[in-house]
Structures are given as structure tokens and as C-alpha cells.
Design a protein around this ligand. Structure first.
Ligand code: ADP
Ligand code: ZN
Length: 210
């Protein structure tokens, strides 16, 4: 069983959804840099103030900030716990830093076409409390504007607007796409087709972990 997992794939490819399901199923810890950063913004923490401008424009937050944040989180993990990294690493420098701390045994790449990504992101609605995500047409919440799981009001992320989404996809291609080769060369890359029914995708994800 693989237990040190990196999720790869463009914004909107379903890393959060699949990562959350996997963490529940396997009892692994899910570490999402995006969730951590948004929480820091909401709490008015120093990290949030430093990161917000980058996030709103769709740019990457500087490597040193992210690497320090993740080092701290990793150091709090119980030895032997399974862990799923979502949204990290996003650059080769981050991947190198991660590799110095933990031996990753699976890089799971969710593959989704660009046109589908834009549609998913701009119609996405997120829960600020439990990080559940919904879609205005494909995955509607039972009650409009309310999280199925925890009842909190849903919101649209500042960076899920049309202009920023295109920029995020470009930033992904330039900085993060090279990680597919990076992990391929290490022999731990598995690519899963990320379009189709959520449960079918999850079945393939679980197969990759086994
Ligand atoms: P998505 O995968 O949907 O684009 P995330 O929630 O993972 O969204 O990230 C949102 C934003 O947070 C990114 O656009 C970026 O500004 C910042 N961010 C998250 N993780 C990282 C990272 N590992 N390195 C740099 N910036 C990051
Ligand atoms: Zn919720």
C-alpha cells in the first residue's frame, strides 16, 4: 500500500475531491497548501497577508514561504502516518525540498482537458469550513448555496473568476507540468483519466494506491 502520496494535475482536475475521499478511506492525513493559505488569509495571519496578492492573481506564492509552511506541517506528522499532498509541490524546487524530508512513493496525476477545467473552475462553489466543493451544474448542493456536509454558506473563491482561471492554467503549465516528468523519472508516476463519474475516477485512484 502506498502511503506517501503527491497529487498532481491542473487546477480543477479534482485533486481536492479525490484527495479528500482518499484521506477518509485510508485514514491518511491530507495536506492542502491551498486550504492552508486560504485559512491564513481568513484569519488575518501574516502568511495570509503575504500570500493573498499572489493567490488572487493566480500566481504562485514564493517557494520559500510554501516550503517553510510545509516543513512545519510535515514535522508534526506522526511517524508512519499516510499522507496525501494536494497542491504541493508545484515547482521542481518544492519537489526537491519535499524529497529531502519524505520519500514519496506515489505521484498520482489527474488528467483533464483544458476546456473542461475552465468550466469546472468558474462554476465551482466551495465550503470555507470543511473545504467540500460543488459545481453549479454537475454537482449541485442539495440546497442552493449551502454545504451538504456541514451546512455552511458556500462561496466562490476569489481566484475562480474567468480572468484568474486562465492565468492559473498558464502558471500550471509553466511551473508544475514539469513535475510529471520529474516523478516519471523516479518511476512512481501514475496517470488517471480525471473526467467521467466521480466514483469511477475514485476507483482508479484507489487502484493506484494499492
Ligand atoms: P487550485 O489547485 O484549484 O488552483 P489551490 O487551492 O491548490 O488551487 O491553490 C490556490 C492558490 O494558492 C494558487 O493559485 C497559489 O497562488 C497558491 N498556492 C497553493 N499551493 C501552492 C504552492 N505549493 N506553491 C505556490 N503557491 C501555492
Ligand atoms: Zn462544509
Amino acid at each position: 500500500m502506498k502511503s506517501k502520496i503527491v497529487l498532481l494535475g491542473p487546477p480543477g482536475s479534482g485533486k481536492g475531491t479525490q484527495g479528500e475521499k482518499l484521506s477518509e478511506e485510508m485514514g491518511y492525513v491530507r495536506l492542502s497548501t491551498g486550504d492552508m493559505l486560504r485559512e491564513a488569509v481568513r484569519n488575518g495571519a501574516e502568511l495570509g497577508m503575504k500570500a493573498k496578492g499572489y493567490m488572487d492573481s493566480g500566481a504562485l506564492v514564493p517557494n520559500d514561504l510554501i516550503i517553510d509552511l510545509m516543513k512545519e506541517k510535515i514535522s508534526t506528522l506522526e511517524p508512519g502516518t499516510g499522507v496525501i499532498f494536494d497542491g504541493f509541490p508545484r515547482t521542481v524546487e518544492q519537489a526537491d525540498a519535499l524529497g529531502e524530508q519524505i520519500e514519496i512513493d506515489l505521484a498520482l496525476n489527474l488528467d483533464v482537458a483544458d476546456c473542461e477545467l475552465v468550466e469546472r473552475l468558474t462554476k465551482r462553489r466551495s465550503c470555507p469550513e470543511c473545504h467540500c466543493v460543488f459545481h453549479l451544474t454537475h454537482n449541485k448542493p442539495r440546497q442552493e448555496g449551502v454545504c451538504d456536509k456541514c451546512g455552511s454558506p458556500l462561496y466562490q473563491r476569489d481566484d475562480d473568476c474567468d480572468e484568474t482561471v486562465c492565468n492559473r492554467l498558464e502558471v500550471y503549465r509553466k511551473n508544475t507540468l514539469p513535475l510529471i516528468d520529474y516523478y516519471e523519472r523516479k518511476g512512481i508516476l501514475v496517470t488517471v483519466e480525471g473526467t467521467g463519474k466521480m466514483d469511477e475516477i475514485f476507483a482508479k485512484v484507489k487502484e493506484a494506491v494499492r
